[in-house]
Design a protein around this ligand. Structure first.
Ligand code: TZP
Ligand code: MG
Length: 214
């Protein structure tokens, strides 16, 4: 499972409804997957659970033939109701124990960690992967923590007992630096959402070859 999950984390698209407003989330995701995205997170801070469920079902159906996993940010109720692949939570959301109890053993649970202590506290019996960052400051998340840079990222990756995906201000010209950190994947929002050609934007990450920390 871990080997496979590491591969799925390689190019991880996090959706943003504002940035995707023109093309639409569905169209953006489909084109981005055609361009090489390996995992998708539905993230919409302002939607209510029923709207999120509707979009999640449409995305799940669209992704089915590709095998690309779909997880939902924050809303574990929606993830269970739609039977998607899993959920992603942050430090301020419900606890990993609560999320795991709702998700059951078979679904993916991701957890955002910004500090060494939160990485140390992450319980591998509950959580499947860690999102680490923000690497850089970003306008996409207004309440983000202090950026950690590539050195900070490498430090958190080294501490992690779990597969990791880096996030925050990452663009295609950061692929070598992220690979050198040992992270298994790059998670991006604005590098793909709202780009004129999401397929080409995803394709621009083709040179990313994660080194996968031993
Ligand atoms: N968590 C930490 S930074 C961030 C999230 C969801 C937003 C990253 O967006 P972008 O546009 O890839 O910098
Ligand atoms: Mg959250």
């Amino acid at each position: 499972m871990t080997g496979l999950l590491k591969d799925r984390l390689r190019l991880y698209l996090v959706t943003d409804p504002q940035l995707c407003a023109e093309a639409g989330v569905m169209n953006t995701v489909q084109r981005a997957v055609a361009g090489g995205v390996t995992m998708v997170q539905l993230r919409d801070k302002h939607a209510k659970t029923p709207e999120r469920i509707e979009l999640a079902i449409a995305l799940k159906n669209a992704l089915q033939s590709s095998g690309v996993p779909l997880v939902i940010n924050d809303d574990v109720v929606a993830a269970v109701a739609t039977d998607v692949d899993g959920a992603h939570i942050g430090q301020g959301d419900i606890t990993p124990a609560e999320a795991r109890a709702m998700l059951g053993p078979g679904r993916i649970l991701g957890l955002s960690c910004e500090t060494a202590q939160t990485v140390r506290d992450a319980d591998p019996t509950l959580v499947d992967y860690l999102g680490l960052g923000p690497v850089f400051g970003t306008a996409t998340k207004d309440d983000h923590a202090q950026p950690i840079g590539f050195d900070g990222l490498a430090g958190l990756v080294a501490l992690s007992p779990l597969p990791t995906v880096a996030i925050g201000g990452l663009k295609h010209d950061h692929t070598n630096a992220v690979a050198a950190s040992g992270a298994d994947g790059m998670a991006v929002v604005s590098a793909i959402c709202g780009q004129p050609d999401p397929q080409a934007a995803a394709g621009a990450f083709h040179s990313f070859k994660p080194e996968h920390k031993a």
